[in-house]
Design a protein around this ligand. Sequence first.
Ligand code: SAH
Ligand code: F3S
Length: 478
Amino acid sequence: MMGSEKVIEEKKQGQALLTEEKEGNTKKLYIESYGCQMNLNDSEIVASILAEEGYNTTHLLEEADLVLVNTCSIREKAEQTVRKRLQKYNAVKKINPTMKVGVLGCMAERLKAKFLEEEKIVDLVVGPDAYRDLPHLLEEVNEGREAVNVILSKEETYGDVSPVRLNSNGVSAFVSITRGCDNMCTFCVVPFTRGRERSRDPKSILEEIKQLHQKGYKEITLLGQNVDSFLWYGGGLKKDFKNASEIAKSTAIDFSQLLDMVATAFPKMRIRFSTSNPQDMSLDVLHTMAKHTNICKYIHLPIQSGSTAVLKRMNRQHTREEYLELVDNIRKIIPECALSQDMIAGFCGETEEEHKDTLSLMEYVKYDFGFMFAYSERPGTPAAKKMPDNVPLDVKKRRLNEIIQLQQKHGLYRMEQFVGKTVEVLIEGSSKKSDKHWKGRNSQNAVVVFPKNNEQIGDFVNVYIENCTSATLIGKRI
Ligand code: SAH
Ligand code: F3S
């Protein structure tokens, strides 16, 4: 993997998620999360709602009263992974026959009640906006009825639910600021599974960060499908902003203001955010980033293709040239800023020329990290309805490989720029390869490994970089 932050860390992807026990709770919840960081944060909201209903988390399927799997629909493979997990739960049900199984998240929303027919093991289907209904849905299930709620909402942001943290290192946490997406990229299932875009009340965002700060957390990542489009005007859908009152309009808070508020209120907290959509990223956001040392100098800026014609077929709202202009502005305003991409290889009708445009754009930007995928047609999306998925699989794979190879080269180039320099690292835990080494990240999101001394998890330390690979900086504390 080229980058490690975008998807849920390996130790969290598809594994039992655990939190502290709540006294007096007797029921056991086994919960797993797949896909994006937003799903992990949603699982934290779900665990928090169920802790009030008497559930503590467990890592043993065999003792679970309730098994929940938070699912991802983004590519076909993500859905296949979940189907395989359901087979595993089926096997366990033979030893634990009273266990109930619920499916949450994007697959639940996409397949709705069909899930109950297709997968006999499933008792409960709950979409991303319906988690507050879980206590009631569980009652239905326990009384032997089917329970499905996949209603998408105009308002729901779970702003007042204080999420418990799952498999947390006690140092970094996710804070959701928007839900849903209005962009309708033609390849993407998210607008259908997560609904229209809405923003969360800045007051509840600041309150959540305050609580994290008090618990000793040192880094937060503000999350949304499209954070730069954040707009709080008292609640409601982003698309309805035009109908808001004049007062609501004049007091509205946008992303650069939110970022400024958070960075000012918590000067000791590191602040990250994801994901930025190129068309919505304003110069104000860049200036706010430049102004605050505690806002990390890293932008995840998906583009999907370097060809304007492909971007148009994807319904991305910008051209290659506009994207590069934004990149130039980032380099000017925040010279030390790291950038990462998402790319899709072999989208409908992609020619060899168009693929080469992607490679040449990458040459220009030289991204620090990348998340690269072969196009996977998703049922119901505009692309699936209107455009043939006509790039042969072997061509898709070859193009994807070329993109990955080039990214590896650029990743190494970017890491090499840190060799001989000193960077500030927030210690997140032991290195995977050796317990004698710490692992953390610098502001640019590069993973840094260095020998342990008397430091602790959560410390900020200065590390002199002596060496690197294409994904890791290696150094010593100074
Ligand atoms: N704005 C979102 C994007 C979510 S999808 C965010 O917060 O990151 C994440 C990435 O998955 C997209 O940027 C895209 O590169 C990839 N993706 C989405 N749909 C896909 C599809 N049908 N096939 C292949 N990759 C896809
Ligand atoms: Fe998907 Fe495009 Fe939104 S990739 S999540 S529709 S920005």
